[in-house]
Design a protein around this ligand. Structure first.
Ligand SMILES: [Zn+2]
Length: 340
């Protein structure tokens, strides 16, 4: 029932109370297409949504999108453009014939039914540690191809030297080299490996951040786009290469210890995130009419959505939409233009 409601436009007005209490991941997980609005991230990487997202084409000259059934190849146009650029650069570094693109965001961003705390505002993307093979993968192969870990599972937090190559290092550091990239997340084992072996620009190492997981893929996060008023930036990466005690901490017991339970405390089930926990604008993003898929795929020389010069709806309109007093204005249809 909920999913049916979430699929329809104007659900706020139809569903009222039910939507208010529905976990936000069901609402956003049910959206099949982006909103037909200006591209705009709202909120933070782990608590927000995105208006006017575009999709990376499933196939490009130097990339393939994976796990197509998840419908998570949507992002801010700047993210999609960066991925296309990165895919070319990776290929020219000898990374197979390009990159395999994992999850970016859902069509309207937001929390997901499974996986990922972040990836909510179209500014995060996962890239496989497997290069794109020369033979294109079929849609079924993209569902089934297993991930390959870069870790030697017989040891504690150690890169598998049989799998990790200099090219892996160069590809990760290439991702970190773009000014629009804010952070690149990898397992602490890879960060340590780079600290020990990277002979290029050490200042870029600071952007490469150790985190749980991320041994089968790495994660590229870009800055809030200029002028994106609703986008909440993350604290700046500390200066330095990060090959310091903050990295050493990951190799202690502390980050891996089970959280201590208080036997006197009743376990509380965490309340799921609901729509009102997200930025107010996310209700309007969810309620806005959909952009058809053929308009919303960006790049690869295909006709793509290009933002008109006009400014987005004034803020008071959005407030009114959220308060349910007016129907969302569809606005002028954006003109598709060829993407360079
Ligand atoms: Zn990720």
């Amino acid at each position: 029932m909920t999913r049916l409601l979430a699929a329809g436009a104007g659900l706020l007005l139809i569903a009222g109370q039910a939507v208010a209490e529905t976990p936000a991941k069901e609402l956003f997980g049910g959206a099949k297409l982006p909103s037909r609005t200006e591209p705009a991230p709202h909120g933070s990487y782990a608590k927000g949504c995105i208006a006017g997202a575009v999709a990376i084409p499933t196939d490009g000259p130097t990339w393939q999108a994976m796990r197509l059934s998840r419908n998570r190849r949507w992002g801010h146009p700047q993210m999609i453009a960066l991925l296309e650029r990165f895919s070319r650069d990776a290929a020219s570094l000898g990374w197979g014939t390009g990159i395999l693109v994992g999850d970016i965001s859902q069509p309207r961003g937001g929390p997901m039914l499974f996986g990922h705390a972040s990836h909510q505002i179209g500014l995060d993307a996962d890239i496989w540690f497997t290069p794109k093979p020369s033979q294109p993968l079929s849609p079924q192969q993209r569902e089934d191809l297993p991930f390959t870990s870069m870790l030697d599972k017989s040891k504690f937090l150690t890169v598998d030297s049989r799998r990790w190559t200099d090219t892996h290092a160069r590809v990760v550091m290439q991702a970190a080299s773009y000014p629009q990239v804010e952070r690149v997340f990898v397992t602490p084992a890879i960060k340590r490996k780079l600290c020990d072996t990277w002979r290029g620009d050490r200042s870029l190492l600071g952007k490469v951040r150790p985190i749980y997981g991320h041994d089968e893929h790495f994660h590229i996060r870009i800055h809030c786009p200029t002028g994106a008023a609703g986008c909440k930036p993350q604290a700046r990466v500390p200066s330095g290469d990060g090959c310091d005690k903050s990295l050493a901490w990951w190799f202690t017991d502390e980050p891996w210890a089970k959280p201590k339970k208080d036997p006197n405390k009743k376990p509380v089930k965490p309340r799921p995130v609901i729509l009102s926990d997200l930025p107010k604008a996310c209700a309007a993003v969810l309620a806005a009419p959909a952009r058809p898929a053929e308009e919303a795929v960006l790049g690869s020389g295909m006709a793509a959505y290009s933002a008109p010069m006009a400014v987005a709806a004034p803020v008071q309109d959005i407030e009114a939409i959220i308060n349910g007093t007016v129907l969302p204005d569809h606005g002028p249809m954006p003109q598709p233009r060829p993407f360079p």
